[in-house]
Design a protein around this ligand. Structure first.
Ligand SMILES: [Zn+2]
Length: 218
């Protein structure tokens, strides 16, 4: 099991835990987890009827801490299912509401990644409570470079001072990891998956997050 934590912003940290089944007992190191660049095809006109598709490497938005991705076919929409964990069984509770809003947030932007509910969903949404200095934790279960399931957890230990918006920023950030996104370096700008100067203001996917999702899942 590979474990690493990182600073998301001055106020918030989260951690990603990647568990690989592919290599059996051998853990995958962080360097091994770098995902190949996304290849995007661009149609080049060749006369009236035929087209040649040249693969272009599109990496306009930088991404760090990359783990694994959901299986995706370019130009098609990928549906990933989610379910509620044991501590989020009751509708209307604070973090169930926050996660529900974050599901809606990621579903309402123009990308080819969609979340849908299933009682046997591949992403479990849940909470935990620990004085671990983290706002949340996401555990990714990978088979090679592809995600097979994920646990997306918000840490409710640090509840003091949180608002509905800041909870939504936490659940949205962790859910982004559950969808296979890493972090956007702080110098790129404000992002839900990167530098967030005020989670009361920035609690939905920003332009950089949308661009990254489209880069990862073209
Ligand atoms: Zn994170």
């Amino acid at each position: 099991m590979n474990f690493y934590s990182l600073t998301v912003s001055k106020k918030r940290t989260c951690s990603l835990i990647i568990i690989s089944f592919m290599l059996g007992i051998l853990p995958i190191s962080a360097n091994d987890l770098r995902f190949p660049a996304v290849a995007r095809s661009s149609p080049i006109s060749q006369g009236q009827t035929s087209y040649v598709y040249l693969p272009l490497i599109v990496r306009s938005i930088r991404e760090i801490d990359v783990a694994c991705r959901w299986s995706h076919q370019p130009a098609t929409t990928t549906y990933v299912t989610y379910r509620w964990g044991d501590r989020l069984q009751t509708p209307g509770t604070l973090y169930r509401n926050a996660f529900q809003s974050s599901v809606m947030d990621w579903n309402s932007i123009l990308t080819k990644m969609r979340l849908s509910f299933s009682s046997t969903g591949d992403i479990e949404l849940n909470t935990y409570s620990s004085q671990d200095g983290r706002a949340g934790v996401t555990r990714l279960y990978c088979d090679g470079q592809l995600l097979t399931s994920a646990e997306v957890l918000a840490n409710i230990y640090y509840e003091s001072g949180r608002t509905n918006n800041s909870r939504r920023a936490i659940t949205g950030h962790e859910l982004g990891h559950g969808l296979g996104l890493g972090h956007i370096p702080e110098e790129e700008g404000i992002a839900l998956m990167g530098y967030n100067p005020d989670s009361n203001v920035y609690y939905t996917p920003q332009n950089l997050d949308i661009g990254l999702m489209n880069q990862v899942y073209p």
